[in-house]
Design a protein around this ligand. Structure first.
Ligand code: ADP
Ligand code: MG
Length: 644
């Protein structure tokens, strides 16, 4: 080995994925070619845009293309492009590591995946790009020279944990990837990747729409002109793909498979789209769009740097990927292409942000996507459910940021509720089931549905037969504050403000009873307020409890503890609002405490401890922890010791 050749190790995650590839858990081996062509096509897009922006870059862009070459005897397959290429550092960075975010999670899930089928599904979800070559090759060589650089880099690996990189001085600009095909596929007609027909078939099937010519040299045999004469063999170069931009065609001219493959290419995905949305705008701003709703959420959907998957083209020419300006952030799961007619190829992100045309496109696309979701909801409920499980939590972010479409988003949203343990409900259905005289839509927010179902806050609602929405996504804490009503019905938290579920008659009937209780418990309430003053701002009798002794509620406009936690997690300070402790005057613990408080001296330590325990229990019941858990536990243990 010369000093120039360096042997390096794959990053741990990358090694694990390679291992899976070599043992080929993924049954569709053919997809490696799609991945190579997709990378080559990206590299050509990048070079064209770079050459356009950087006039000093000395490159020939007059014949950008992809070439496929096979050698039956050597059993190799090469995919070559004259695109942007990579520097030595880039090769190490891009090929030696898995740069994709969410890789850690993928690894974790792979470890937990029970069987091959489960790992396969994960691979399918994640997509593995370049590494898929190891499904069919036992050695892969990559030779690349970056546009504008003199030196090239050769990268070689057998996928066994290490690879070598070497700087070489003569190589054409661009990248070529040579696969040394596994011997076991040699006899297998279906997987002979040196066969011209196989390559033709795969290109047609997976990569027909690629905007660059994919060429191959083919032998043409002409039968002898006269008997006994010689067969003539000529070699000619053919372009294997039609290069038609799918978004420029109408939907009935394109097959479902073509859309699927195109989706996989632009989304760098291995799953299938749940929905295809096409759009053509004529008039002042002319553009075409082809958008997809994926069937699986990417691993990084909720990380801060989650990117939009929409590409901007101008008159068929790729301009930029991840074009965040074209769709609002709550639709960041959308993948696709927007092709605008009158925009400069030179357009920058800064310009896009202020561009009127972009604003107009974004508004139209948003409406179009939302209406596609609405259609799906009414005509393909199973697909809609899949969609909602994957992307519902993201879509709900729009309730806070897109007031223009808030009502539509509310209509296409669904929620868990006390109405059913399995099925989610829409708000329209909820409203349809509202009890006579019910004016509000009730909801509870918390960590899990189970926890919420058992929450003390829900007791009176359950007892009286009112349906309550159970909201458990972190974003739910936020949007409920931004939505004032649905269909004229305000939203009301079961844990906020006072609850009034009695009818007028019931109210009359209970009035005397209530006044009596107020008098009876007045001393206990004011004593508890003194003792628990540092935790709660008020102690009152509850109308929402039927089984539990106590619960904590927030003011009608107060910040809930969960919301405060979220703000704090994002680095914002919020005032710690004290809450209200509500007591159930019918519960033996409360009546017992009342008796004890009456008969014992006010500074009795065990009485004070009871108050602490009561408060701690109310916190526990809503899934929170007492402020001093150790103290709470020891108080409780002492009490139990007295009763066992
Ligand atoms: P992805 O395409 O999803 O980013 P890949 O594993 O397919 O993931 O490729 C990893 C990276 O390697 C690409 O993002 C690109 O930067 C680089 N790369 C791969 N193939 C080429 C190529 N033919 N020319 C230039 N860069 C390439
Ligand atoms: Mg790729």
């Amino acid at each position: 080995m010369t000093a120039n050749v360096e042997q390096l190790e794959f990053q741990a995650e990358a090694r694990q994925l390679l291992d899976l590839m070599i043992h080929s858990v993924y049954s569709n081996k053919d997809s490696f070619l799609r991945e190579l062509i997709s990378n080559a096509s990206d590299a050509l897009d990048k070079l064209r845009i770079e050459a356009f922006r950087n006039k000093d870059l000395e490159v020939d862009t007059s014949d950008l293309h992809i070439e496929i070459e096979t050698d039956k005897d050597a059993r190799t397959l090469t995919v070559r492009d004259n695109g942007i290429g990579m520097s030595r550092d880039e090769v190490v960075e891009l090929i030696g590591t898995l740069a994709k975010s969410g890789t850690g999670e993928l690894r974790q899930q792979l470890r937990e995946a029970k069987n091959a089928a489960a790992s396969e599904e994960l691979i399918g979800q994640f997509g593995i790009g370049f590494y898929s070559t190891f499904m069919v090759a036992d050695k892969v060589e990559l030779l690349t020279r970056k546009a504008g650089e003199n030196n090239a880099t050769r990268w070689v690996s057998s996928g066994d944990g290490t690879y070598t990189v070497e700087t070489v001085d003569d190589a054409p600009q661009g990248t070529s990837v040579t696969l040394h095909l596994k011997p076991e596929d040699a006899e297998d007609q279906l997987h002979d990747y040196t066969s011209e027909w196989k390559i033709r078939e795969l290109v047609k099937k997976y990569s027909d729409f690629i905007a660059w010519p994919i060429r191959m040299q083919v032998e043409r045999r002409t039968p002898p002109a006269e008997e006994g004469g010689e067969e003539t063999v000529t070699v000619e170069t053919q372009t294997l793909n039609s290069m038609k931009a799918l978004w420029a065609k109408s939907q009935d001219e394109v097959s479902e498979d073509e859309y699927k493959e195109f989706y996989k290419h632009i989304a760098h995905a291995w799953d299938e789209p749940l929905e295809v949305i096409t759009m053509k705008a004529e008039g002042t701003f002319e553009y075409q769009a082809l958008l997809f709703i994926p069937s699986h959420a990417p691993f990084d959907l909720f990380t801060r740097d989650a990117k939009t998957g929409v590409q901007l083209y101008v008159k068929r020419v790729f301009v930029m990927g991840d074009c965040d300006e074209l769709v609002p952030s709550y639709l960041r799961f959308i993948k696709g292409v927007v092709d605008a007619q009158d925009m400069s190829l030179n357009v920058s992100r800064e310009i896009l942000q202020q561009d009127r045309q972009v604003t107009a496109i974004r508004r139209r696309l948003t409406k179009k996507v939302l209406s596609a979701i609405k259609d799906m909801q009414s005509s393909r409920p199973d697909d809609y459910r899949k969609f909602w499980t994957q992307f519902g939590a993201v879509l709900k972010e729009g309730l806070m940021s897109d007031f223009e479409n808030q009502d539509t988003i509310l209509r296409v949203s669904s929620f868990a509720s006390t109405h059913s343990d399995e099925e989610l409900t829409t708000l329209a259905d909820y409203v349809g089931r509202m009890k006579e005289g019910q004016k509000q839509i009730f909801y509870a927010t918390g960590q899990t549905r189970d926890q919420l179902r058992k929450s003390p806050h829900l007791e009176a609602f359950k007892a009286k037969g009112y349906e309550v929405l159970l909201l458990t996504d972190p974003v739910d804490e936020l949007w409920v504050g931004a939505v004032s009503e649905f269909d004229g019905k305000p939203l009301q938290s079961v844990a906020k403000g006072e609850v009034d579920l009695d009818s007028e008659e019931e109210k009359k009937a209970h009035e005397a009873e209530r006044e009596e209780a107020e008098r009876e418990f007045a001393d206990l309430l004011s004593w508890l307020k003194d003792v628990l003053g540092e935790h709660v701002k008020e102690v009152r009798l509850s109308t929402r409890l039927t089984e539990s002794p106590a619960c904590l509620v927030t003011d009608a406009f107060g910040i809930t503890p969960a919301l405060a936690r979220m703000y704090r997690a994002s680095g914002q300070t919020v005032p710690v609002g004290k809450r209200i402790l509500e007591l159930n005057p019918k519960h033996p613990l409360i009546t017992g405490l009342q008796q004890a408080q009456k008969s014992r001296p006010a500074d009795d330590p065990s009485l004070k401890e009871s108050a602490e325990l009561l408060y701690g229990t109310a916190l526990l019941a809503e899934g929170d922890v007492p402020e001093d858990p150790a103290k709470f536990a020891s108080l409780l243990a002492q009490r139990l010791a007295g009763t066992v």
